[in-house]
Design a protein around this ligand. Structure first.
Ligand SMILES: Cc1cc2nc3c(=O)[nH]c(=O)nc-3n(C[C@H](O)[C@H](O)[C@H](O)COP(=O)(O)O)c2cc1C
Length: 201
């Protein structure tokens, strides 16, 4: 069965929870499934040697998970208004896919978590879109028909779902944040199915 790759990095768990909700949204759509994957941390001091399977949580992503996905949901915590280095490190290793044009025409969406409300949700989401545009992916955001966008007092943007985790990184997802994750998952799943029908016509 075709799948949406839900790929994220999370240090304290907030982005991991967003990823699980996006995956639930994907799984709500018949005919496609979600594949949850993460990336190992990187070290600026020396090359970290990681087990190939993490102790907990989603398995580490392989290039083939990305090569063969029908669509991508990419999630990162904010790091100074930008995506986190472990995710960027993985993306910087995807030039074989770029050279082959492997991801051209596939749908992609992004999600993030921040400590503070105005600490860079939108900039992080936009920064994550840049490499996906270079790969030729079709970006999927959230329309205002998802009315949680108008009601939310915490996360949730038209550029993608987001979460306000607070300074201790321990706030649970609000109902609006959770619903917007589900909405992104569904939109990606439906877009991927529609695009694959169009390409087989
Ligand atoms: C190096 C570093 C930089 C950060 N930069 C920001 C920032 O610019 N704005 C913000 O609101 N939070 C910032 N944070 C906080 C994290 O983005 C926030 O705690 C996030 O919810 C963590 O997600 P996680 O639980 O998935 O790891 C930063 C955290 C670290 C460690």
């Amino acid at each position: 069965m075709s799948y949406i790759l839900v790929l994220y990095y999370s240090r304290y768990g907030a982005t991991a929870e967003l990823a699980r909700q996006v995956a639930r949204g994907v799984e709500d759509v018949p005919g496609i499934e979600a594949r949850l994957r993460t990336v190992p941390p990187v070290s600026s001091v020396c090359e970290a040697i990681e087990d190939s399977i993490p102790d907990t949580g989603a398995p580490y992503v392989e290039l083939d998970d990305l090569r063969n996905c029908a669509g991508l949901a990419l999630g990162s915590p904010t790091r100074f208004g930008n995506m986190a280095a472990p995710l960027k490190y993985f993306l910087d290793g995807t030039s074989p896919l770029w050279m082959a044009g492997a991801l051209i025409g596939r749908p992609a969406g992004v999600f993030t978590s921040t400590a503070s409300l105005h600490g860079g949700q939108e900039t992080t989401l936009l920064s994550m879109m840049l490499p996906l545009l270079h790969q030729g992916m079709l970006l999927v955001g959230l329309p205002y028909s998802e009315t949680e966008l108008l009601r939310t007092r915490s996360g949730g943007t038209p550029y993608g779902p987001s979460h306000l985790a607070g300074p201790e990184s321990n706030l649970p997802l609000t109902e609006e944040e959770r619903r917007l994750c589900l909405a992104l998952g569904k939109r990606l799943a439906r877009a991927a199915l529609a695009l694959s029908r169009m390409s087989s016509d």
